[in-house]
Every structure is written in structure tokens, then in C-alpha cells.
Design a protein around this ligand. Structure first.
Ligand code: FE2
Length: 176
């Protein structure tokens, strides 16, 4: 299996982009992940829309639930549910929004733990252009706004965004 593959569906991300623009306070309420992955000067931001109860929940089996911020960005719920139906989901885990700023990057890493291993990862590009790239050894995908893909975060991966625009992604963790 490839590490990253485009999916055939294009999503209308306009409503989510509008909601994010109106609610800047939803970003970075949980710093554990971004502090682990971000470079200090051009920090990665994220929103935990749905996840386990505690930051360390990823290590062991747990049920995810929607976080309070979903009331401010309900389009994230809609997009995740739509992806869930399209891929034939049986169980919905975490839903995360990441933002890698213009000129920023995520360094090469592998995601470990129960949550990363149990669920498949499906992504909707909320903002993306051809200059940014989700990269694996020998593979790369530059998904544009509204495009979708699936990827393996249990393999070494990194993200580069030398473009002038922030890159934003909705990541849905789904068991089929
Ligand atoms: Fe990762």
C-alpha cells in the first residue's frame, strides 16, 4: 500500500473556512501536540475537534467525543461525517485541524500509540496549493483546497510549506 493516495472526492470547504475566520479562539486550546511537532519560530497550530478525554489518551484504547469547539465550527462536524459515510466508516476516532503557516514545516516523524495504529487517516485540504507538500520517502502529495486523500502516519512523514499561504487540513481518523 502507498503511504499517501488522493481520494476522488472534492469537498466544499468554504463554510469551514468562514467559521475558522470568525472564531480564531478555537486554535491551540491543547498544546501537547504542536509543542511536540512544531519548529519554535514558525509554529504549527491545531484544533482538536474530536478526541479522547485526555492528551495522553492516544496511548491506550478509548472512545473519542466531540470537543466544545465544534459548536463554533460545525462545518468540521459536517465534513467529518460526510467523509465517514463516503469511506464506509464503522467507528469515528479523532478529528483534528492542523495549520502550517506560510514558510513553516512539520519535521519528519512517525505517530505512535493506540489511536494512530487503530484508525485509518482521511484528510480534507481546507487550504492548500501546489507549493506545499505532504511528504513520505519516495512519495509526495500537494493537495489543493477542497481535495481529499488518505495517508499512513505510522510511516515516516513530514510537511513543507514554503508558499505564501497557510496550509490547513482536516484529519479524520476512521475505522472501517
Ligand atoms: Fe504526523
Amino acid at each position: 500500500m502507498k503511504s499517501i493516495e488522493p481520494l476522488p472526492w472534492r469537498f466544499d470547504v468554504g463554510p469551514l473556512r468562514d467559521q475558522l475566520a470568525r472564531n480564531p479562539d478555537v486554535w491551540n486550546r491543547h498544546r501537547e501536540r504542536t509543542e511536540a511537532y512544531a519548529t519554535p519560530h514558525k509554529a504549527v497550530s491545531d484544533i482538536w475537534v474530536r478526541y479522547g478525554d485526555t492528551p495522553d489518551a492516544c496511548a491506550r484504547p478509548h472512545e473519542s467525543h466531540w470537543y466544545p469547539c465544534v459548536t463554533q465550527i460545525p462545518a468540521a462536524w459536517s465534513l467529518a461525517r460526510r467523509m465517514y459515510r463516503l469511506v464506509g466508516g464503522k467507528r469515528l476516532g479523532g478529528v483534528l485541524i492542523t495549520r502550517i503557516p506560510a514558510g513553516g514545516e512539520v519535521k519528519p516523524h512517525i505517530d505512535h500509540g493506540w489511536h494512530a495504529a487503530f484508525y485509518e487517516k482521511f484528510a480534507v485540504q481546507i487550504a492548500g496549493n501546489k507549493e506545499q507538500a505532504f511528504q513520505f520517502e519516495g512519495e509526495s502529495l500537494s493537495a489543493e483546497t477542497g481535495e481529499s486523500y488518505t495517508f499512513r502516519n505510522d510511516r515516516l512523514h513530514w510537511v513543507t510549506n514554503p508558499s505564501a499561504e497557510d496550509r490547513m487540513t482536516l484529519i479524520c481518523c476512521i475505522k472501517r
